[in-house]
Design a protein around this ligand. Structure first.
Ligand code: NAP
Length: 254
């Protein structure tokens, strides 16, 4: 029996990861922040695949919620084989770097960076005890091409994602001695609620301008498959590794 926690597993990329893991034989703790119906629906899809699902409401930006989330996994399943830190938000309003306010910055850092940073700390401490006597668990951080791509109308988002890239390196370096590998998955432009409002703009970038060599929108399942590669131990001698799931966006082309 293998157990995963997927933060933000109720919608979008997280939902794609949950379903891919269920197909690969994982039981999944489906974390969400507010939309209980969506989490319940994903849970039903997992059960239909013959696996167990445990929806858990927890705001990753709150310390007590993070503790409750990890506790829920161990209380129900007695173990944790994979943490996927995926939950994240876009700025409520995209604002120019010269005008953007502190409120949005604080919100993005709390949810997209501080939350994952300390959730991983908490999970890692529990995993270390488990790793000593069992197959070592793994950690996946979902960052973004925004970790290295400057979008001057959402600097807060980019700074948080760049911080996640270093978070991956830090935990990979610290946890290697315990056999716990840490991976960063960098999605490109993926079709979810987060990108729905900018569909026309991204359609033009992808299909007219060719910003991604693979000329299509990414799907949550594309990210789910990359997580399954990690989850099924296909990258045992890699840690701190960045896995680009971006249709080739990161390539420099002349
Ligand atoms: P999405 O469709 O908006 O889904 C966000 C998920 O995160 C939902 O399940 C939501 O739950 C949950 N969530 C939001 N705030 C939370 C919090 N404070 N605590 C716990 N869960 C929370 O977003 P997405 O496009 O799937 O994005 C998922 C991740 O991929 C994010 O980290 C995002 O930055 C990253 N990403 C996305 C793209 C893209 O093109 N879509 C590209 C690169 C990276 P509720 O519904 O309950 O709020």
């Amino acid at each position: 029996m293998s157990i995963a926690i997927v933060t933000g597993g109720s919608r979008g990329i997280g939902r794609g990861i949950v379903l891919s893991l269920a197909r690969a034989g994982y039981d999944v703790v489906v974390n969400y922040a507010s939309d209980a119906e969506a989490a319940k629906a994903v849970g039903a899809e997992v059960e239909a695949l013959g696996r167990k699902a445990l929806p858990v409401r927890a705001d990753v930006s709150r310390a007590e919620d993070r503790a409750r989330l990890i506790d829920a996994a161990y209380a129900t399943f007695g173990r944790l084989d994979l943490l996927v830190s995926n939950a994240g938000v876009a700025p409520a309003v995209r604002a120019d770097l010269l005008e953007a306010g502190e409120e949005s910055f604080d919100r993005l850092i709390e949810i997209n960076l501080k939350g994952p940073y300390f959730l991983i700390q908490q999970a890692a401490n529990r995993m270390i005890a488990q790793a000593a006597s069992d197959t070592p668990p793994k950690i996946v951080i979902v960052s973004s091409i925004s970790a290295y791509t400057a979008s001057v109308n959402r600097g807060d988002y980019c700074v948080a994602k760049a911080g996640l890239a270093m978070t991956t390196q830090l935990y990979a370096a610290r946890l290697a001695e315990h056999g716990i590998n840490v991976y960063e998955i960098r999605p490109g432009i993926i079709a979810t609620d987060m990108t729905r409002g900018v569909t026309a703009r991204y359609d033009k970038l992808i299909f007219t301008d060719g910003i991604t060599p693979i000329r299509r929108w990414g799907q949550p399942d594309d990210v789910g498959r990359a997580v399954v590669a990690v989850a099924t131990d296909l990258l045992p001698f890699s840690t701190g590794q960045v896995i680009d799931v971006d249709g080739g966006f990161h390539l420099r082309v002349l």
